[in-house]
Design a protein around this ligand. Structure first.
Ligand SMILES: *[C@@H]1O[C@H](CO)[C@@H](O)[C@H](O)[C@H]1NC(C)=O
Ligand SMILES: *[C@@H]1O[C@H](CO)[C@@H](O)[C@H](O)[C@H]1NC(C)=O
Ligand SMILES: *[C@@H]1O[C@H](CO)[C@@H](O)[C@H](O)[C@H]1NC(C)=O
Ligand SMILES: *[C@@H]1O[C@H](CO)[C@@H](O)[C@H](O)[C@H]1NC(C)=O
Ligand SMILES: *[C@@H]1O[C@H](CO)[C@@H](O)[C@H](O)[C@H]1NC(C)=O
Ligand SMILES: *[C@@H]1O[C@H](CO)[C@@H](O)[C@H](O)[C@H]1NC(C)=O
Length: 478
């Protein structure tokens, strides 16, 4: 989808559809930290940010009380440590529901109980307890006639897939299917619930940055990838990840189950080895994701199923273990200051610039502007459309390299170079750098901005604002 279509459909969406037709954005309120604000302050923060869905990792009484009467829907969790007991004893499950759910519901709007979290990768191997625990908690809800008000699910990690690329080949690990996947999907279906998936394009990017484009991972404009299995085109890694899960379910004949993204996020800081971690990328990922979700629509495989997503996470959590990134997924510091500024509501989308900060490495850190032969605004940039990119010549590399690239682009490359011929609109300024920029950009746009098509032996790089020189302004379609 081009940016122009994107913008058009966005405004169409705003005018034609009611907002409740779109997906939702919730947030994970993790508390592995010793410096977080009080739960009451946190509830105020959520309200001022327009967030009306929150996901917790337990049933902490002070948090559930603070959420009472807030009109914020809550996903609570039964921690992995209790799975064994909940699976072996109906009375344990009954007591747990009584003390942790009934004591707060309905003034605290508990809508789902996550029974366990990423159970298949729990080092204590609690997998065999999962489905029996879900069933016992469900029976306890049935006993209180709350089973139609409160759903039961369990977030799974993408590592439960044996295959996820291409997306259409998605399948669950064979050793999990019979023991737990099939019984769980049966339970979700029969109880009218849905699958919860924790999906992190960041991990896929971090481990494969040499082959995955950052723009593809960050929902920025890119040429996309066609799935060789089903011919569907993907313009974001997250869509491909979610469709891999849908494909895995489909292979087991569970095409009817809904899916909610129970966690996704991008760290604003990481160790040196953690490729891609950083504030600009985190802002781009989360901001573009929010726009993606709130403007409606689903994945290529399930286009009508709006995305429902809980961001990870509300705060940076200073007591998390592991690499630096683990402590830096928050949208907010414990002081309640924003780590970066992104929209979280439909109203906030209008001011969002698409996270266009250039974070792909360029051959020259401060590229020399395209020279102008005395006209207006030589080398200046103009406002650009959402997510557009242009290809620009790097003047620092010298005439010879630019000329080689120019000759290739206008020759074999098939760029449209008619505008830089004598007398045409973009002939002036008559410099090699300006002409090369025109030709390189024409080639790059013609190749749909595919990876590697703005290089010319290192003589070119991608920018996110339209280059303008003289009367000649390069459109994204040049
Ligand atoms: C509660 O939230 C729902 C949707 O989240 C909204 O439609 C409704 O107006 C809210 N009610 C109050 C009293 O704020
Ligand atoms: C879980 O069960 C074990 C064994 O029956 C028991 O010792 C333990 O106290 C139980 N845990 C909880 C939280 O009830
Ligand atoms: C594993 O089980 C032990 C003993 O019950 C407990 O102390 C530990 O926290 C558990 N580890 C995890 C990751 O749940
Ligand atoms: C976990 O437990 C299940 C069933 O008890 C067993 O089949 C599986 O091999 C165990 N997995 C690991 C990683 O220990
Ligand atoms: C239903 O709940 C009541 C009250 O908590 C309890 O006494 C009873 O054992 C429960 N029944 C079942 C089948 O769990
Ligand atoms: C661009 O203009 C500056 C002075 O305005 C000059 O120093 C530089 O050499 C020019 N670069 C090219 C590639 O023409």
């Amino acid at each position: 989808m081009t940016s122009f279509n994107y913008i058009t459909s966005f405004f169409l969406f705003l005018t034609i559809f009611s907002l409740s037709d779109a997906g939702f954005i919730g947030i994970n309120y993790g508390r592995i930290a010793n410096d977080l604000p009080s739960p009451t302050s946190v509830v105020q923060l959520l309200k001022t940010q327009g967030i009306n869905k929150v996901k917790l990792y337990d049933t902490e009484p002070t948090v559930l009380k603070a959420l009472s009467g807030s009109n914020i829907s809550v996903v609570v969790a039964l921690p992995n440590e209790l799975l064994s007991n909940a699976s072996q004893s109906q009375s344990f499950a009954n007591d747990w529901v009584k003390n942790n759910i009934l004591a707060y519901y309905p003034s605290t709007q508990i809508e789902t109980i996550a029974v366990g979290n990423e159970v298949f990768v729990d080092p204590n191997n609690t997998t065999m307890f999962l489905v029996p625990a879900m069933k016992n908690i469900h029976s306890a809800l049935v006993n209180s006639s709350l089973d139609s008000n409160i759903k039961i699910s369990s977030p799974i990690a993408l590592s439960c897939l044996a295959s996820s690329y291409p997306s259409s080949s998605g399948s669950f690990k064979p050793e999990l299917i019979q023991p737990v996947i099939t019984p769980m999907l049966d339970f979700l279906r029969s109880s009218g619930s849905y699958l919860m998936v924790n999906a992190y394009p960041y991990f896929a990017y971090e481990g494969n940055a040499d082959v995955i484009s950052l723009d593809y991972a960050l929902f920025r404009e890119n040429s996309g990838q066609v799935d060789s299995g089903n011919g569907l085109k993907y313009v974001s890694l997250m869509d491909a990840q979610l469709d891999a899960v849908y494909a895995a379910m489909s292979a087991l004949k569970y095409d009817d189950l809904k899916m909610v993204v129970s966690e996704t996020g991008w760290p604003s800081k990481g160790d040196e080895s953690e490729t891609g971690a950083g504030q600009d990328n985190a802002a781009a990922y989360n901001g573009n994701l929010v726009r993606r979700v709130l403007t409606g629509g689903g994945t290529p495989l399930r286009p009508k199923q709006d995305l429902e997503v809980y961001l990870f996470a509300l705060f940076n959590e200073n007591q998390k273990t592991g690499p630096t990134s683990e402590k830096n997924y928050g949208l907010f510091y414990p002081s309640e200051q924003k780590v970066y500024n992104i929209p979280l509501t439909v109203a906030g989308l209008a001011g969002w610039n698409g996270g266009k900060t250039q974070s792909t490495p360029t051959p020259s850190p401060s590229p020399s502007p395209v020279n102008n032969s005395g006209g207006d605004g030589g080398g200046t940039v103009s406002t650009s459309g959402v997510g557009h990119t242009w290809c620009v010549a790097n003047g620092k590399l010298g005439v010879k390299k630019l000329q080689t690239g120019l000759d290739y682009a206008c020759g074999e490359g098939g760029a449209d170079c008619s505008q830089i011929q004598p007398g045409a609109t973009c002939y002036d300024p008559n410099t090699i750098e300006a002409h090369a920029t025109f030709a390189f950009n024409s080639y790059y746009q013609k190749k749909n901005r595919a990876m590697g098509t703005c290089d010319f032996g290192g003589a070119a790089f991608v920018v996110t604002q339209a280059p303008k020189f003289g009367k000649c302004q390069l459109s994204p379609g040049n």
